[in-house]
Ligand binder design. Sequence first.
Ligand code: DGJ
Length: 306
Amino acid sequence: MVGITCYSSNDLLNWIYKGVALPVSEDENSDFVKGSVMERPKVIYNPKTEKYVMWFHLELKGKGYSAARAAVAVSNKITGPYTYIGSKRINLGQFPYNMPENIRNLNFNLQDFEKWWTPEWYKAVENGLFIKKDLNGGQMSRDMTLYVDDDGKAYHIYASEENLTLHIAELTDDFLNHTGKYVRVAPAGHNEAPTIFKRNGVYWMITSGCTGWDPNEARMFSSKSIWGPWKQHPNPCRGNKSEITFGGQGTFIQKIEGKEDAYLFMADIWRPKNPIDGRYAWLPIQFENDVPFIEWIDEWNFDFFN
Ligand code: DGJ
């Protein structure tokens, strides 16, 4: 519980510890005081401001997972120290930009939908039941990733609406805020752990289901535009234990610089009873008819991509 740490590598195999990039606060009044939950940090570089921008999922100390906030910090150096800016829910007062006017105007009473997973509840979620609940406080944000597109625009992708629906939200030019423009992916689909990459003009997103710290079956979506429509594909994992993502849960997809068409699917293997003992499983993304798939390989190196 020291904060967010940093490691560096020239080859993704050998790693050097670079220290604590964003230390937790010792001030009990701070939202990121020691004992708060800081998950899934991501750092992107902004060439205009020449700053490194870190976003992460923040839960307030002693409040379980109810805060559902995103936090942002900034630094001149990738290794930090990062200056903490603050945490918040997202896109306060904003509807998804493609939600039609007649759906925005539908009003729901949350008490009418206490029973989840009924056909009426699905319809209401699709029509913004939880968007409207959080319209004035801002949208919930838990598992998250960041994505910088070829045109330099950055997006924050996060599990929102009680982890029921993913949001893809555009960041401002300095990457420190949200512009208010966002879309939803798979309403009520219960996706978390979003990871994304783009290949030959197609965006691919690999996510997980929501089963706490236990692994589950990965999901995959594709779209020709970041704004959708996103189409769901079968589980990208193949073979033994593919129904539990080989025991892991995705956290990032890294494009391997210096190799053609090479993408690394990076998964966390959680050890909830002893979190510091958590492990990673990194596997190459393979393609069949241009559709990504992942299979377990006991041992491999980057020659795989040659
Ligand atoms: C699974 C998420 O992907 C993790 O980041 C974490 O939030 C746990 N759930 C908490 O149960």
